[in-house]
Design a protein around this ligand. Structure first.
Ligand code: HXC
Length: 278
């Protein structure tokens, strides 16, 4: 759906780019001409994704880095700039999450998720923002959040509170850093199956069927759909979009919100009976 050179000349960092949606965005950005640096803790994932994309002929590199440590982020960015000369795009995609009754969580469990999902995003954003501002360069930040950043969600409270923080960060920096040429946007993905988090977050396979049946679009999202949205949002074609969150969930969160949405389950006979009574 895009010009093949949409991201030509751009350098993009994608945290958590070794697996899942991060990997799909890495491939899409590379196909559209970007130089891509993927960053995560897991060297095995990073290496295998890099080799896969290199074999397909794309420009990709990796840095092993724990985003909870600002020192490691600084080192990674230094060395990415040494290799590619600059950074134009930061995708804050890395996150941690687990499903648990909230009363079962220890303070350390809460810290573990907040440190990755909120602090890690803030640290990487600060590192890039300061560099862009000091050098007078333009930059784009894309934050991956979740619809429960504004609805909240039972059983994933550390993640929901962290994502709510990332949403506030997105909207705050859009205004504060917008005049400096830094654009901050976010995507709230709905159900997109990924090997790792789907397995860990859903108690059983049946849950996938439930996600489909309750979705107004009656299906799950595909990685290509998510990666295309991300590519558009980080491209210059979206340069007037700032501080916005784009939800891509087939209508999932809204279907749980509208007071009369439950009427979707009425049969034709029941509708006819309602009409007759009127
Ligand atoms: C309750 C748990 C727990 C669980 C860990 N803890 N798992 N508590 N339920 N399932 C607690 C531990 O008991 C411990 O506290 C503390 O958390 C730290 O545990 P560690 O095992 O040492 O944590 P660590 O290995 O550092 O990391 C945990 C993790 C990990 C971040 C969740 O599993 C991980 O790296 N996951 C991969 C990343 C990920 O989850 N990505 C998917 C994100 S999806 P105590 O006090 O006992 O010592 C996402 C968006 C979802 O974010 C949107 C959906 C639409």
């Amino acid at each position: 759906m895009f010009r093949e050179d949409l991201l030509l000349g751009k350098v993009a960092i994608i945290t958590g780019g070794g697996t899942g949606l991060g990997k799909s965005m890495a491939r899409r950005f590379a196909v559209l001409g970007a130089d891509v640096a993927i960053v995560s803790r897991n060297k095995e994932h990073l290496e295998s994704t890099m080799n896969e994309l290199k074999d397909e002929g794309y420009s990709i590199s990796y840095r092993q880095c724990d985003i909870r440590d600002p020192g490691q982020i600084e080192e990674a960015v230094d060395s990415i700039i040494d290799e590619f000369g600059k950074v134009d795009i930061l995708v804050n995609n890395a996150a941690g999450n687990f499903v648990s009754k909230t009363e079962m969580l220890s303070p350390k469990a809460f810290d573990t998720i907040l440190k990755i999902t909120l602090n890690g995003t803030v640290y990487f954003t600060l590192e890039m923002g300061k560099r862009w501002i000091n050098s007078g360069s333009k930059g784009t930040i894309l934050n991956m959040i979740a619809t429960y950043a504004w609805t909240g969600s039972a059983y994933v409270v550390p993640s929901a509170t962290a994502k709510a923080g990332v949403l506030a960060l997105t909207r705050s920096l859009a205004v504060e850093w917008g005049p400096k040429g830094i654009r901050t946007v976010a995507i709230a993905p709905g159900p997109f199956p990924t090997g790792g988090s789907t397995k860990r977050l859903l108690p059983s396979e049946d849950m996938l069927d439930l996600l489909v049946s309750r979705n107004p679009s009656k299906r799950l999202g595909t990685h290509a759909e998510l990666a295309n949205l991300a590519a558009f949002l980080v491209s210059d074609e979206a340069s007037f979009i700032n501080g916005e969150v784009i939800t891509i969930d087939g209508g999932e969160w809204l279907s749980g919100a509208g007071q009369f949405n439950m009427l979707s389950s009425l049969t034709e006979d029941a509708w006819e009976e309602m009409r007759r009574r009127r």
